[in-house]
Design a protein around this ligand. Structure first.
Ligand code: RP5
Length: 161
């Protein structure tokens, strides 16, 4: 199967968060690639990634970064492939810095920004799958089943744990 989703992150330290997106894509049988691509430390790698993304057949890029999180916005500036930004929770400012860095894109260069941390990464995976499901009937069925299973797993009443 062709790889349509790229998961990129600014650092190895982002992987525990970004793995949540990978786990969701695994569950939905969506092939992806995962790369460390830093806007600050490996700027040429970032430029090469963005410039080759469309030509390599990527349909969605999930980009996670923390702190001064330029990566999603810089990628979006350099490719027409939709970019979903995941603000990784930072130590100093709990990810509010990451969120503000990613969400406040100026008009004309959009980044679809998710929640801070693991929930945002998981939702980025789900959103990427939903985008691909528009043109992939089998994936649409798997996504619908995934959501139904999630619904079925919610109990009617709380219990003492
Ligand atoms: C960002 O700096 C990365 O996305 C990461 O969230 C943060 C800290 O990176 P490390 O110092 O842990 O490599 O570029």
């Amino acid at each position: 199967m062709v790889t349509r989703v790229g998961i990129v992150m600014g650092s190895q330290s982002d992987w525990p968060t970004m793995r949540e997106a990978a786990d969701v894509l695994d569950a939905l049988q969506v092939p992806y690639e995962a790369k460390i691509v830093s806007a600050h430390r490996t700027p040429q790698r970032m430029a090469d990634y963005a410039e080759s993304a469309a030509g390599r057949g990527l349909h969605v890029i999930i980009a996670g970064a923390g702190g001064a999180a330029h990566l999603p916005g810089m990628l979006a500036a350099m490719t027409r492939v939709p970019v979903l930004g995941v603000p990784v929770q930072s130590k100093a400012l709990s990810g509010v810095d990451s969120l503000h860095s990613i969400v406040q894109m100026p008009k004309g260069v959009p980044v679809g920004t998710l929640a801070i941390g693991p929930a945002g990464a998981a939702n980025a995976g789900l959103l990427a799958a939903a985008i691909l499901a528009n043109t992939d009937e089998k994936l649409a069925e798997r996504l619908t089943a995934w959501r139904a299973a999630q619904t079925a797993a919610v109990p009617d009443e709380p219990r003492d744990e």
